[in-house]
Design a protein around this ligand. Sequence first.
Ligand SMILES: Nc1ncnc2c1ncn2[C@@H]1O[C@H](COP(=O)(O)OP(=O)(O)O)[C@@H](O)[C@H]1O
Ligand SMILES: [Mg+2]
Length: 141
Amino acid sequence: MLREINTHSPEETIAFGRTLSELLSPPKLVLLRGDLGAGKTTLVKGIAAAFEAASEDDVTSPTFTLIHEYRGARANLFHIDLYRIDTPRELDTLALDDLRSENSILLIEWGEKFPRLIRERDVEIAMEREGESVRRIRVSA
Ligand SMILES: Nc1ncnc2c1ncn2[C@@H]1O[C@H](COP(=O)(O)OP(=O)(O)O)[C@@H](O)[C@H]1O
Ligand SMILES: [Mg+2]
């Protein structure tokens, strides 16, 4: 376990995300695990802010668009939501490999549905709802 924390508000989760920039220096493939509402997208707000790639408010869920790109000086962030992707063939059509480069960070929600992404991940961030506003966050490599 690299980092572990309980947060008690969305703001605290965003603040924690802001502390992860060194750990997530590119290139990285990051799996964000956790149920709907666990706080995965909220955490990305902090990560994107840390890389000065987007303001917190500009980060929204890519549920329908599947991929959001945020360009920062030190990294290109790709926030990806595979909730609606069901087969490896559909995954292939997203061509995630084309997004990978020396300065890219892929932050993937629901990536654990695909064994290939589990194998290729550099970092995993697992989030669990422990109460109305409490989230347990564990970062491992
Ligand atoms: N400690 C917390 N950390 C993150 N989100 C929280 C927290 N407490 C409550 N929430 C709420 O939980 C929801 C998390 O939503 P979201 O980040 O979109 O989750 P996910 O992307 O995992 O589905 C938001 O409505 C947020 O306000
Ligand atoms: Mg989400």
